[in-house]
Ligand binder design. Structure first.
Ligand code: TXA
Ligand code: MG
Length: 359
């Protein structure tokens, strides 16, 4: 299949430029498009065949449900059989924006879209291209992140081309996604709202609107042996993974640098180059290895925005293994660490505690 690539300037564009892509969505075809979080791979949410094509293009297990994207808050009632008042309060506070709500699904949403579940995930994105495309298409747009299943999500059209060129109909190139991490997912179907995936909208922000909110146990997992089953089906898979194995190194900054430098030296002696995921503040302390800066520690938003691009960047270098610094447990840091832990298969090294080390 030939994939059409359409460049659109997020700041200045005419809706007309999106007509071809909108038409494709109406006809059951697949369109990758930028959102403020990551790029999405869109298809008509009410068309089972389009949903099936999304799973096939990504190589995604079909029990992993898709998020349905809308352009108007009032469309919530088309997708959900009951819309609790809390959903409207969240929509008022955070939509359009990086928040996904899980609600009881209406009969009109096919089970192919929801991976067989009786609930549906709904999001109203704020990126102007995404919003205009959904509105113009006139359909609800089912869209997972536009990456091959298991790979880091895509935050630039180049990433989408890498993973999906020749497998989908259209890629809209609208430049880099502003936030860089997928939306916060909150499940409103139980007694207490539950965060299934942390994101840019923090637990504190949700609690301000909802009163009480809790994290799904799986979100807080910190080790590969903890046997918790994620309530968001997609969160149970190894995910966001670069090609080389990834280890997170925790401890005092100087200990982390010392340890990674010692591994880099040993590896170099064996003719191997390791990858190092560092930051603007720390990169100059490394004396070997292939050092990539993900962003600035003093501005966590830059780290969120750079994370997937940096993980993908290592794939082009041929490094044998990647060591990453760890990030603070502030609200956005929770989302960053959640993705990094998954990419690392929850492998964390603590050199200053004298634990067994991977070399
Ligand atoms: O920011 C985002 O949310 C991006 C952009 C494109 O909107 N989309 C995205 O979709 O990250 P995806 O498919 O890569 O991740 C959706 C997650 C998966 O972990 C999936 O299992 C979960 O949401 N999910 C979807 N529907 C669900 C449901 N009904 N119940 C529980 N989890 C659900
Ligand atoms: Mg995804």
């Amino acid at each position: 299949m030939k994939t059409e690539i359409i460049k659109v300037d997020r700041e200045h564009f005419e809706e007309e430029e999106l007509e071809f892509a909108a038409e494709c969505l109406r006809n059951g075809k697949l369109v990758a498009f930028p959102t403020e979080t990551v790029y999405g791979l869109g298809g008509n949410a009410f068309d089972s065949t389009a949903a099936a094509r999304i799973y096939a293009a990504k190589g995604r297990p079909s029990d992993n449900p898709l998020i349905v994207h809308i352009a108007r808050i009032k469309d919530l009632s088309e997708l959900a059989s009951e819309v609790p008042e809390s959903a409207y309060r969240l929509a008022e506070a955070f939509w359009p924006g990086p928040l996904t709500m899980i609600l009881k699904k209406s009969d009109r949403v096919p089970e192919t879209t929801t991976g067989g579940l009786d609930t549906v995930a709904v999001r109203m994105p704020s990126d102007p291209i995404a919003a205009a495309l959904i509105r113009r298409s006139g359909v609800f747009v089912a869209a997972p992140s536009a990456n091959k299943s298991g790979r880091p999500s895509t935050t630039k059209a180049e990433h989408v081309i890498e993973d999906l060129d020749g497998r989908i109909d259209v890629i809209i190139d609208g430049g880099a996604s502003a936030i860089g991490l997928e939306s916060t997912i909150v499940d409103l179907t139980g007694d207490v709202p539950l965060i299934l995936r942390p994101g840019y909208i923090s637990a504190e922000q949700l609690a301000d609107v909802l009163g009480e909110v809790r994290f799904d146990e799986a979100v807080l997992k910190r080790s590969p042996s903890e046997p918790v089953v994620a309530r968001a089906p997609g969160m149970k898979y190894r995910h966001y993974a670069p090609k080389a194995p990834l280890f997170i190194v925790e401890g005092k900054p100087e200990e982390v640098v010392r340890y990674i430098n010692s591994v880099a030296a040993k590896s170099a002696a064996e003719g191997k180059i390791i990858g190092i995921l560092a930051t603007e503040e720390t990169k100059r302390y490394y004396t070997g290895g292939m050092v990539f800066s993900v962003g600035e520690r003093k501005d966590a938003e830059t780290i969120a925005a750079g994370l997937f691009d940096t993980l993908r960047g290592f794939d082009e270098t041929g490094v044998s293994v990647i060591y990453s610094e760890s990030f603070a447990d502030n609200p956005l840091g929770t989302a960053i660490m959640n993705r990094l832990l998954k990419a690392a298969g929850y492998h964390i090294l603590h050199p200053d505690k004298g634990e067994a080390e991977y070399i």
